[in-house]
Design a binder for this molecule. Structure first.
Ligand code: NAI
Ligand code: MG
Length: 501
């Protein structure tokens, strides 16, 4: 028992019991190999807890549990209203445990506590609640053909779903995936990101407490190449949903082909933000800042390429720099005044620094940051918010996803040029544009090659609105009503009404 839980006191004084096992069949177990992964606090590089890591054998056990639960009448035949009720209960429990969950999220991930508490936890509970409401509103159609035939469709769950989530929004990403999957009647094997498993394991207890039957949701911590790959290529899994890097998304797509799994992929981006001469510059500056610097720049839809029309370019750059200096306060994420905490891991910290080096060596102009931020007790993976100008479109820092507090700003002359350069990327997740001209706004929005366009805002996601990418930013949509089709199959029934043959 004590091997599977540890009593912890977080830096903000919150005390709680941290599960460190694998959650299979509503029970906590050790991994077969006994291997563990240690979670690190990115703020001071201290160890928080060591957590059992699943391997392929453990994935087999979890998949068997999920399969059994899928066929178990207590889940398969549950009324859709009751299924919704279980989800409402889970949403309420997330609310009740909001302080603890936000604390764990900040401790393990490094994001500001106020953001974890207000935004992430609100969104996680809200997503489960939103999809709880859909559980009893799923239906097929009757399709008229001729008098001898009754034809109709039934919306059925896909089956056992493998879900692989990233570390930038652990609880939100779990909720985005669990919400529609459970709503549609699937069962789940979810793998936490090995960098940030702690909040997800705590959530597992709430799933049990809410009353979900054993095996409906199984939660594993584990490395991508071991547990993640075992999920992606498992013959007992019908669908895999993934959020993370484009490189890993491609691997998962290949592995999922083994049994032609239904797939949803939400991958990387290098999203452009266009500022036209006629924009409200003050608004453009504020949103551009939020668009790249929030969550330490670790957002898939981060508008990391800012393209500004030449008439307002100089003014924008100096206002952006000034705004950044005023608002991007780097510090301990448990302090209220902190806007930017540490990068999630040493690996991400090194990655961002390597792009800073690349920008310098390729000859771009560094106008802010460009180095580790050392003023938070000399420890932790902090990076000074960084701006490069004089960036050429063929430079690595203009083309590749950095995933840090790192922005490039360039200028453009015409609308046509802006659209062309914005679209000159293998990615297509999001884009943003600023103009007061309503006609131009919608004209440009249609031509931008991305799954989402923000007009006069950035990163403006909402659980009721479909989220996903084009090109190499992914396949399928999450959130909103559209998110349901990723977790259900349509069965067509043709019934002969006559004896005319
Ligand atoms: P990653 O894509 O490798 O990891 C995301 C998830 O996939 C984790 O749960 C990981 O364990 C799993 N995974 C890794 N390799 C796998 C494999 N071969 N088979 C199955 N699952 C696997 O991302 P990583 O390495 O943590 O970060 C690298 C870069 O990816 C970041 O710098 C960023 O550019 C991008 N990224 C994008 C995210 C997004 O929200 N779109 C989230 C996280 C990372
Ligand atoms: Mg950590």
């Amino acid at each position: 028992m004590s091997d599977l839980f540890v009593e912890l006191t977080a830096p903000n004084g919150v005390k709680y019991t941290q599960p460190i096992g694998l959650f299979i069949n509503n029970e906590w177990v050790k991994s077969k190999s006994g291997e563990k992964i240690t979670s690190i606090n990115p703020t001071d590089e201290s160890e928080i807890a060591s957590v059992y890591a699943a391997g392929p054998e453990d994935v087999d056990i979890a998949v068997a549990a999920a399969r059994k639960a899928f066929n178990n009448p207590s889940w398969r035949d549950i009324s859709s209203t009751e299924r919704g009720d279980l989800m409402y209960k889970l949403s309420q429990l997330i609310e009740e445990h909001r302080e603890t969950l936000a604390t764990i999220e900040t401790w393990d991930n490094g994001k500001p506590y106020s953001v974890a508490f207000n935004d992430d936890l609100g969104e996680a509970a809200g997503t489960i609640k939103y999809y709880a409401g859909y559980a009893d509103k799923l239906h097929g159609q009757v399709i008229e053909t001729n008098p001898n035939k009754l034809a109709y469709t039934i919306r059925e769950p896909v089956g056992v779903c493998g879900q692989i989530i990233p570390w930038n929004y652990p609880l939100c990403m779990a909720a985005w995936k669990l919400g529609p999957a459970l709503c549609c009647g699937n069962t789940v094997v979810l793998k936490a990101a090995e960098q940030t498993p702690l909040s997800i394991l705590y959530l597992a207890n709430l799933i049990k407490e809410a009353g979900f039957p054993p095996g409906v949701v199984n939660i594993l911590n584990g490395e991508g190449r071991k547990a993640g790959a075992a999920i992606a290529q498992h013959l007992g899994i019908d669908k895999v949903a993934f959020t993370g890097s484009t490189a890993t998304g491609r691997e998962i797509m290949k592995m999922a082909s083994v049994n032609m799994k239904n797939i949803t992929l939400e991958t990387g981006g290098k999203s452009p933000l266009l500022v036209f001469d006629d924009a409200d510059l003050d608004q453009a500056v504020k949103w551009a800042h939020i668009g790249i610097m929030s969550n330490m720049g670790q957002i898939c839809t981060a508008t990391s390429r800012v393209l500004v029309q030449e008439g307002v370019y100089d003014q924008f750059v100096s206002a952006f720099k000034e705004h950044l200096a005023k608002t991007s306060k780097v510090g301990n994420p448990f302090e209220d005044s902190t806007f930017q905490g540490p990068q999630v891991t040493k690996a991400q910290y090194d990655r961002v620094l390597s792009y800073i080096e690349s920008g310098k060596s390729e000859g771009a102009t560094l106008i802010a940051g460009g180095e580790p931020y050392k003023d938070v007790d000399g420890k932790g993976f902090f990076i000074a918010p960084t701006i490069f100008t004089n960036v050429k479109d063929d430079m690595k820092i203009f083309r590749e996803e950095v995933f840090g507090p790192f922005v490039v700003i360039v200028s453009f002359k015409t609308e046509e040029e802006a659209i062309e350069r914005a679209n000159d990327t293998t990615y297509g997740l999001a884009s943003a544009l600023f103009t007061k001209d309503i006609v131009k706004a919608h004209r440009v929005a249609r031509r931008l090659e991305s799954g989402m366009v923000f007009i006069n805002s950035s990163n403006d996601s909402d659980i009721r609105i479909p989220f996903g990418g084009m090109k190499m930013s992914g396949i399928g949509r999450e959130l909103g009503e559209a998110g349901l089709s990723a977790y259900s199959n349509l069965k067509s029934v043709h019934c002969n009404l006559g004896n005319w043959l």
